[in-house]
Design a protein around this ligand. Structure first.
Ligand SMILES: [Zn+2]
Length: 328
């Protein structure tokens, strides 16, 4: 299976150090939306969809004014999943399946760009969308992003044990190399998505964690702004705290296997690394754009660098894709 790692949305909240742990508090932090495009025997599979093409044309309606003000997202057409699929030389209609970690607006905004795809998600998450049990659930999902009528394929939690997880499951019509992993807490039906890259398992941890330091085998750490944000947006605190070590355990499980890792943090960490895939002599920002579509060919064996996961760092994945080369 060939795996492409994409950033399908950049957010730039105020707070600098408080969010991403890097020096300076007056600057904006930078957070990304990790997506994976998988070339499989069942066609193209997109894991997460980012903010979607309507976000650039009508951001307040699509994402909500509060979200736009708080995160100052970079809403360029080139960041949308559909444009990146095209740039890789594919027809967006060839994306037959979308697998989601959960239904927050920065994960499902691009569903509308792939209206024919079957959308795989935990049934619990779909119930939270359709029958919110409180104001927090009512407010977190954007009805307008689902108005086109996605072709849902819901699943109850269940299945086989896998790397310490009690019950992971395969998905209908998809190869056994793609698994849905229960990681509830951030939302009721939050999932991880595991992908066998051929060199090891890669776990997309969604919003189970936001900062790379939370996966540090020497001891989890996170900036105070991230800690506050995680608590603010959680649906089930106990489940979130119980599940948060799970990606760490996964990353540790086979640290010597290249390709075994966790995809999740959303915060920028190693600026120079993102230029590795970019053309020489361009600005970091342009290099970052060029680096967005990298093939995953190798993942470092060190568990701490293999953790690329939750919402926080665009620059972390080229570090994690240390031997990756650009597709373009
Ligand atoms: Zn979320």
């Amino acid at each position: 299976m060939r795996v492409h790692h994409l950033d399908c949305g950049t957010m730039r909240p105020r707070g600098g150090f408080l969010i991403d742990g890097r020096p300076g508090i007056r600057r904006r932090a930078e957070m990304v939306c990790h997506c994976l495009l998988l070339e499989t025997s069942a066609g193209l599979v997109l894991v997460e969809t980012g903010m979607g093409s309507p976000a650039g044309r009508r951001p307040d309606e699509w994402l909500g004014r509060r979200f736009v003000r708080l995160t100052s997202p970079v809403l360029t057409e080139e960041e949308t999943a559909v444009q990146q699929v095209r740039r890789l030389g594919f027809d967006p209609r060839d994306v037959r399946h979308v697998v989601l970690t959960h239904l927050d607006l920065d994960h499902v905004g691009g569903l509308v760009d792939f209206p024919e795809a079957t959308v795989h998600v935990y049934a619990t998450e779909l119930r939270a969308l359709r029958s919110p049990r409180d104001r927090a659930e009512r407010n977190r999902y954007r009805g307008v992003q689902f108005a086109h009528g996605p072709r849902w394929r819901p699943y109850e939690v269940g299945g086989e044990p896998w790397f310490g997880f009690a019950a992971v499951r395969e998905l209908a019509g998809l190869p056994a190399e793609i698994l849905l992993v229960p990681l509830a807490g951030h939302t009721r039906g939050h999932a991880g998505v595991a992908v066998d890259t051929g060199r090891g398992w890669l776990l997309h941890a969604g919003d189970a964690y936001f900062f790379h330091g939370q996966m540090d085998p020497a001891g989890p750490r996170r900036p105070p702004g991230i800690a506050a944000f995680e608590a603010l947006v959680q649906t089930e605190r106990r489940a979130r705290l119980d599940n948060q070590p799970a990606p760490v355990a996964h990353a540790r499980a086979r640290p010597r296997d290249a390709g075994h890792g966790v995809l999740g943090p959303r915060c920028r960490r190693v600026p120079q690394a993102e230029q590795r895939c970019g053309p020489a002599g361009v600005t970091p920002h342009r290099a970052a754009a060029a680096a967005r579509s990298c093939c995953i060919r190798s993942i470092p064996t060190n568990a701490s660098t293999a953790v690329a996961a939750p919402i926080a760092t665009r620059t972390q994945w080229p570090a994690w894709n240390s031997a990756a080369t650009c597709c373009r």
